[in-house]
Design a protein around this ligand. Structure first.
Ligand SMILES: *Cc1c(COP(=O)(O)O)cnc(C)c1O
Length: 281
């Protein structure tokens, strides 16, 4: 079951539609968040809404008043019988609206999707790991979580192998992040991941780094180099829906033994144990 808050009311999602004049449709101008819900409770909502405020401001969309109303709209939505107590996702979207004033968007629209149907990795992907396809560009404006994923999808269509997502690697060989996940390499006992600013400030990324440091892992915040893929023991990606997912291949490069390793398995375990700390009341 999925419902959507739009134009002041909650309705079944199929009844909600945007005008074709909206710049999110015409030009891809929009920002959003995916907030996990476990048994009716949001996970790290404040961190997501703070990031949404930053993305939206960075995109020139004037939406401070909308963002201030979201916690209440989300709380009320989650209390509705259609979704009460569900495991799922809440996705607030802010669109460019119909007006472009010199690269600013003064009249945004917004809607919030409450959906039980999340595209979680399969049990097989969790157990055996996934592959990523290199995407040899830098994601522009990395601190903005934009609705436009077109340039992340393009490399996926150009390979016959099955890939979970694409992986942004700059023309200089720096690995930044995956299409909708943060990327981590484990090498010589260290966890290496790109610094915020070069990549999106992933909510799961921040939590994993906190937990990793608390549990004695050494963390290096720098972009891993493409050549390091061959020397890595393990790799993984993180995101609100996939949580922590092992990566066993990037393009034609096998990672480590080609099987998920002990570091990622330990982090998955630590994450599961500690995740209630970030569940909202
Ligand atoms: C959503 C997203 C992430 C992961 O962020 P989470 O807050 O952990 O869900 C990372 N990179 C990109 C490009 C994203 O769109």
């Amino acid at each position: 079951m999925a419902i959507c808050y739009y134009n002041g009311k909650y309705a079944p999602i199929a009844e909600c539609s945007l005008p074709v004049t909206d710049l999110v449709i015409q030009r891809g101008v929009g920002t959003f968040e995916s907030i996990r819900v476990y048994e009716g409770r949001t996970f790290a909502m404040a961190q997501h809404l703070e990031r949404l405020a930053g993305s939206t401001e960075g995109a020139g969309i004037k939406a401070a008043e909308i963002i201030a109303k979201l916690p209440e709209i989300i709380r009320e939505g989650l209390a509705r019988p259609e979704v009460k107590g569900f495991d799922g996702i809440v996705k607030p979207y802010i669109t460019g609206g119909d007006v472009n004033d010199n690269g600013t968007f003064p009249h945004p629209r917004f809607f919030v999707v409450f959906d039980e149907n999340i595209h979680k990795p399969t049990a097989e992907e969790m157990k055996n790991g996934i592959a990523l396809e290199p995407n040899r560009v830098a994601r522009p404006y990395p601190l903005i979580k934009s609705t436009n994923y077109l340039f992340g999808f393009i490399p996926l269509a150009k390979t016959s192998k099955t890939n979970f997502e694409s992986l942004y690697i700059t023309p200089e060989g720096e690995i930044t992040e995956a299409m909708s996940s943060n990327f981590f390499l484990c090498k010589e006992g260290k966890i290496i991941t790109a610094p915020v600013g070069r990549v999106l400030k992933g909510v799961t990324r921040d939590i994993i780094l906190t937990l990793a440091r608390e549990n004695g892992f050494t963390v290096e915040e720098r972009c891993p180099r493409e050549e390091e893929l061959a020397q890595a023991d393990e790799a993984f990606i993180t995101g609100s829906v996939k949580e922590i997912l092992p990566v066993v291949r990037v393009g034609s490069q096998k990672i480590g033994s080609g099987r998920p390793g002990p570091a990622v398995q330990r982090l998955q375990h630590i994450f599961l144990q500690n995740m209630p700390k970030w569940l909202d009341k």
